[in-house]
Write a protein that binds this ligand. Structure first.
Ligand code: SAM
Length: 251
């Protein structure tokens, strides 16, 4: 049987396509792409002309059987999305789940991913983070989601579009107050910017320079301060005191 390669593509800078990704794309029988016109540009850049078929949220389930027949026949297939790593806020989950359930060989070809690139340069804790994809588009649902996340101590990470960035920052200011926010904009592209400050301060910055509200964003927010957990020494002291008191009672 053939292999499904899940291939990460650049999020802006074409140099971020790995040599392995380029080789795999050149060797497969067919590329399943979120948007074939978009991927055609990448293939032209690589000097490749390969058969493609579309795979997006509306036809993904229907594509499973079709692609499975080709794998069983021994063909290798590449799955790509418009930018970055497939399945990460992009199509591909249903295909991978179904093909894995059928015992097919699925191989990741890692590369760019906006959330990882953003975290790697933000200076917020990365030992534990909570990636939440896109927040709800409607204000009420968005604020509810933020309220639910408020007690979480991990760094919070979201994707956001330029249409909603100001509304979302305003909601973050309302719900999460003065927390530190790092905004990674246009990663790997000509106007890559990191803005760092409270959500209120970032909104002021966008008022002063509307260009700061354009492009693609990763929003990262500092987690909640750790709750007052007893320290190990305190626990031991409490246990000792408890034991002594128990003895006293016995005397
Ligand atoms: N699969 C992609 C990945 O691996 O990062 C994410 C796809 S998702 C549909 C698109 C969102 O990712 C954008 O709205 C933005 O939030 C984020 N994103 C993608 N490219 C970016 C970039 N160059 N700079 C900042 N954010 C980016």
């Amino acid at each position: 049987q053939g292999t499904l390669y899940v291939v990460a593509t650049p999020i802006g800078n074409l140099e971020d396509l790995s040599p392995r990704a380029a080789r795999v794309l050149s060797e497969v029988a067919v590329i399943a792409a979120e948007d074939t016109r978009h991927t055609a540009r990448l293939l032209r850049h690589l000097g490749l002309a390969l058969p493609m078929l579309s795979l997006h949220e509306h036809n993904e389930a229907a594509r499973v059987a079709q692609l499975d027949v080709r794998l069983v026949a021994g063909e290798n297939i590449a799955l790509v999305s418009d930018a970055g790593t497939p399945l990460i806020s992009d199509p591909g989950f249903v295909l991978v789940r179904e093909l894995r359930a059928r015992g097919r060989r699925i191989v990741p070809v890692p590369g760019a991913c906006a959330l990882v690139a953003a975290l790697s340069a933000a200076g917020l804790p990365t030992d534990r983070f909570l990636f939440q994809g896109f927040l709800p588009a409607k204000g009420g649902a968005r604020r509810l989601r933020l309220e639910g996340l408020a007690p979480r101590e991990e760094t919070l990470v979201f994707y956001e579009s330029p249409h909603r960035i100001r509304d979302t920052l305003a909601d973050i200011a309302d719900v999460l107050g003065g927390r530190r926010v790092v905004l990674a904009r246009e990663l790997t592209k000509a106007f890559e910017t990191f803005l760092d400050g409270s959500a209120e301060a970032l909104l002021v910055r966008m008022e002063q320079d509307p260009d700061q509200a354009r492009g693609e964003f990763v929003i990262m927010i500092a987690g909640a301060e750790p709750r007052d957990a007893p320290e190990a020494g305190d626990v031991e002291a409490d246990a000792l005191l408890g034991a002594l008191l128990a003895e006293d009672v016995g005397v």
